[in-house]
Structures are given as C-alpha cells and as structure tokens.
Design a protein around this ligand. Structure first.
Ligand SMILES: NC(=O)C1=CN([C@@H]2O[C@H](COP(=O)(O)OP(=O)(O)OC[C@H]3O[C@@H](n4cnc5c(N)ncnc54)[C@H](O)[C@@H]3O)[C@@H](O)[C@H]2O)[C@@H](O)CC1
Ligand SMILES: Nc1ncnc2c1ncn2[C@@H]1O[C@H](COP(=O)(O)OP(=O)(O)O)[C@@H](O)[C@H]1O
Ligand SMILES: [K+]
Length: 504
C-alpha cells in the first residue's frame, strides 16, 4: 500500500474525478456511504449522534453522513462551523441536501458556539478537518476539540482525527487534536498514522476503500509504502533440488558475551531457520558449552578471550556477517568491532551493541562500508543520531537522511518497522505484534537478515523479506500462544510456518 502525502491525496481525488465517470459530489456520496456503513456496524440507531462539521470536504463528508444516518433512524444533531462564511462547494451542496431532508437538528456556527451536552451515550462524528489541515488548530476549533476530548462521548473521526496532520506532527499542539475511539480513514493509511506517538489520537483504525483511481495509485511514485504479502511473495528464492549446504550460503554471526550468550543462541538459531546452508557463531570461550548444547547445528569459532569479543576474524569464506547481539561494549570489543567492520568483505548487518559502540565512537561511522544494514530500535537510533528526537516522525526523517548519507539500509524497529533505503525511500513492515515486545526479538531479526544475505538475497530484499518473515512468525506464534506469553524463541519456532505461508 502506497502512502501518499496530503498533496498527492488531493491530486488523487482530482484525478479520479477527471478520469473516472464520477463527479466530485458523487465521490463524496460514495465516501459517506462507506463511512455510514462502518458507523452502523458499531453503533445502533438508538445511539444519539452529534456531528461536528468543518468548512472543507471533511465537513462535507460529515454532513452527508449525518443525512444518511438520519435516514436510517438515528437521532442526529449537526454543528457546522462556518466562521469565515466560506464553505467548499461540496460542503455547501451537502448542507443544502441536509436541510432539504429536514430530519436533523442543524446549527451553523458563525461566531461563538454554546457547546451541546455530550454524555457517555453520545456518539460524536468528527468531521472538522481532514487531509486539508495546514496548521495546528487554534481559537474556537481548539476549544471545541478540548471540549470533545474531555467529554465521556465516543468519537469517530472521518479520515483522520481533526487537528492531526497527515504527515509531520512534530510541531503540532497536541492538546488540540481529537482523541478518537475509531478512525475511519479513506482509501489508505496516512504517514502520521504509522507513528507510535500518534496512536493515542486514532483509537482503532479502519481503512475504507472508496475506489479512487487505481491508475493514479499505480503510476504515482511515492517515498513511503507499507509492504504487504503481495509485495513480499515474489522476493522468495526457490531451492534447487540439487542444493547442498555449500550452495545455500555460509553465514557468520559475531554475538554474545559472558552473561549474554542467549543473544548468540537466538541469532544463530534464527539464522539457521532462515535457510542458510552453514552458520558459524563466533563467541567468547565461556559460551562454548551453552552454544554447543543449544544450537548443535552451528559451527563454533571461539574468540581468544573468555568473556568478550576481542579480535576481528577473517570473513573471506563467508557470504554474510551479522554482528552485535549481546556483544557488550568493552573498549577491547569496540576496537575489535571497528577493525572487523573495516575488514569485512561480505554483506553486513549490525545491531544492538555494535550500534551502541558506533554511537560512542561516531567518527567511525564515516568508515562504514556502503550497503551496510543497521537495525536500531528507537533508543539505539537516538544514540546513533547523537540526540533524541522530539517525535517519531522526526526520528524517521533523521533515519532516512542517515541512510542516504551513509548509503546504508537502516531498519528503525517498532510496530510498523521502517526500512530506510539509501535512495530515500521508506518501506514499512505490516507484520508483527506487541507480543514481540520481549527481550531477544531483535536478536532473532539480526539472525534472519544475516541468513537471508547468506542465501544470496540482495540487501534491500533481505531487509524487506527479513522484517516481514520476523513479524509474520510473531503473528503466527501469537495466534497459537497469545501475545502475553510470547518469547523470542517462539518467533524462531514459527519461522517455518511463516515460510510455508509465503510459499502457499
Ligand atoms: N481525497 C479523497 O480521497 C477524498 C476526500 N474526501 C474528504 O475531503 C477531505 C479533505 O478535504 P479538504 O481538502 O477540503 O480539506 P479539509 O476539509 O481538511 O479542510 C480544508 C479547509 O480548512 C482550512 N484549514 C486548514 N487548516 C486549518 C486550521 N488549522 N484552522 C482553520 N482552518 C484550516 C483550509 O483553508 C480549507 O478551507 C478528506 O479528509 C476527506 O474527508 C472525501 O470527500 C472524498 C474523497
Ligand atoms: N509492538 C510491536 N509490534 C510489532 N513488532 C514489535 C513490537 N514490539 C517489538 N517488535 C519487534 O521486535 C523486535 C524488538 O527488537 P529489539 O528492541 O532490538 O529487542 P532486543 O534488543 O531485546 O532483541 C523488533 O524487530 C520490533 O520490530
Ligand atoms: K476529521
């Protein structure tokens, strides 16, 4: 699913009207029908409905929904904000249709509003502003939003909670954004809806298909998209009947230190489960028995040190290297790591402590080879960037800039993990769930991506497929085991099922 900007959404709307046999007003009618249906699925016509409509097309949608709900027996009161005495053409047309229908209590606000009582039974339909919002809400609109938010009423937002920007909300006034119980967004998710810090406004999110021009959608380039199963399936490589372990990729993982051997176990197992022919784990001597017993399929290469990674290793015989999980940040390890990164001849994934070490030796970042894959979680990314971001969108933009500057692939992990490409494009992962918020999940991802690189996937495909498989395995595990009890090992256990699902 492509993520269009508000300017592109406007173009899409226009293109649909110009190229398909539908007028602007009928497109609004189509959107309103879809919205009405979704509302009626959740609330019966015994629910009193209060509709707040703004002066643009979001308000137009709201007025059309008000008319349709009233036709279906709902008790509807409408407040239309028209303080500048200027309504969009379709908003005005829907005002007329609503008044002609003579079924709703209608108030047009031109100066001040004495706000209606909103109690726990009331359903508020929020159609103040949609994708046309261009600055934070202020004045009467801000007061109205605060009034709705402090009321016990349930709120359903049309397209986007009013006050929330489609893209960047770093400089928004957060108290002046509607907190919806349900957001019914039209055609596609907006960028701001993928950010963790905006979830508090959205409530439950549903996307309603209003059949905007597929031609425009297919032919329009965009920076961001959400990867779906259909995007991922074609990436899968087949396995030749004559495959042997020497042809299925040779992976090396440098992971684990004393007390963190588990990270090495998890990454190594995940790497094997991803199909690599051979996996070698380089780890401190003290982890020997743990590794040998936990992952008998792996080859072990012991570090000279008992408890830490202390010297770089030759990577010539390997097809991929993953480094970082449970590595620790000892100064000797830091020096060994940078030497290792300089010396590596194969595709590389760096994660966890390898990223933390880079954060405290930032000058080294300039020496990273091109096309390196980094998999920071938000805190690791903030350390890497040198300062915390004021919002998730700002962090994402910084990650995208860093990926361009370093010509690297950066996966900013979280719900909707974001893969930032060296060319500035961003792919969001659609799989994964909150059960995966458990220690070790990231180590599993490192193992998976390293395994895919070893199997011969290009960096960008290893990242896309790796994120998707990781999340899908987590989703399949959560289906059987629930989210609460899910642990990182379960993600590995369900990798085979995730592959089977993609191969179906
Ligand atoms: N693109 C689509 O797919 C479709 C969009 N539709 C609806 O149209 C909406 C977009 O409509 P519009 O482009 O008219 O935009 P809006 O309805 O979001 O609002 C635009 C109006 O608000 C003003 N405005 C912006 N920020 C303001 C602020 N902070 N304070 C006060 N006024 C402010 C603008 O100057 C403009 O007059 C969508 O969100 C959706 O609800 C649907 O009708 C059908 C199809
Ligand atoms: N709520 C969530 N939804 C989807 N995926 C999640 C969620 N929480 C965590 N994950 C995934 O789990 C992994 C956690 O990685 P990380 O924080 O590095 O864990 P650790 O360091 O313990 O291994 C990431 O890939 C992340 O995308
Ligand atoms: K809205």
């Amino acid at each position: 699913m492509k993520i269009f900007t508000s300017a592109q959404i406007h173009e899409l709307d226009k293109y649909t009207i110009e190229h398909e046999p539908i007028s602007s007003l009928n497109l609004m009618e189509r959107a309103a029908k879809a919205l009405k249906r979704a509302i009626e699925e959740e609330w019966s016509n015994r629910t009193p409905v209060v509709v707040f409509a703004g002066p643009g097309n979001n308000g137009g949608d709201a007025l059309a929904v008000a008319r349709m709900l009233s036709e279906d027996g709902y008790d509807v009161s409408v407040y239309l904000f028209n303080v500048q005495n200027k309504l969009s053409a379709d908003c005005l047309a829907n005002k007329k249709r609503l008044l002609d229908a003579k079924r709703v209590k209608f108030t047009e606000i031109t100066t001040n509003l004495d706000p209606p009582k909103l109690n726990a039974e009331t359903l508020v339909v929020d159609g103040l502003f949609g994708s046309g919002l261009n600055k934070p809400l202020a004045g009467g609109f801000a007061a109205m939003v605060k009034y709705i938010n402090q009321s016990p009423a349930k709120v359903v937002s049309i397209d986007i909670p009013s006050g929330l920007m489609t893209e960047d909300n770093s400089y928004n006034i957060h108290a002046n954004i509607i907190r919806a119980s349900l957001t019914l967004t039209l055609q596609q998710k907006k960028l701001s809806m993928l950010m963790a810090d905006n979830q508090q406004y959205l409530g439950r999110l549903r996307v309603l298909d209003i059949r905007l021009s597929q031609e425009f959608i297919q032919n329009t380039e965009c920076q961001c998209r959400i990867l779906e199963e259909n995007d991922i399936r074609p990436l899968l490589k087949s396995r030749s009947d004559f495959a042997h372990k020497g042809s299925m990729g040779n992976a090396l993982l440098i992971a684990g230190s004393y007390g963190m051997s588990g990270a090495s176990v998890l990454a190594t197992k995940a790497c094997l489960r991803t199909g690599a022919g051979k996996v070698t784990a380089h780890t401190p001597k003290r982890n020997y028995e743990i590794m040998q017993i936990s992952v008998p399929e792996a080859v072990l290469q012991m570090d000279a040190e008992e408890t830490i990674f202390s010297e770089p290793v030759d990577t010539e015989m390997f097809d991929a290297l993953g480094v970082g999980p449970g590595l620790g940040q000892n100064e000797t390890t830091a020096i060994a790591l940078i030497a290792q990164l300089r010396r590596a001849t194969c595709p590389l994934v760096i994660d966890a402590d390898a990223l933390n070490i880079l954060s405290s030796h930032r000058a080294w970042m300039q020496q990273l080879p091109k096309n390196i894959i980094m998999t920071p979680h938000p805190k690791e990314f903030d350390r890497l960037a040198g300062n915390a971001s004021s919002s998730c969108t700002e962090r994402l933009m910084k990650a995208s800039e860093l990926a361009e500057r370093l010509q690297a692939y950066i996966i900013l992990k979280g719900h909707y993990s974001a893969l930032c490409h060296p060319d500035g494009k961003i792919d969001f992962c659609s799989t994964g769930n909150s059960g995966m918020a458990t220690a070790g999940s990231g180590d599993v991802l490192t193992g998976i991506i390293t395994g895919l690189l070893a199997r011969g996937y290009k960096q960008e495909d290893a990242c896309r497929l790796g994120m998707h498989l990781h999340g899908l395995a987590g989703d399949l595990a959560a289906k059987d085991l629930g989210k609460e009890s899910l642990i990182a090992s379960d993600i590995i256990q369900y990798l085979p099922k995730a592959f089977l699902r993609l191969e179906e």
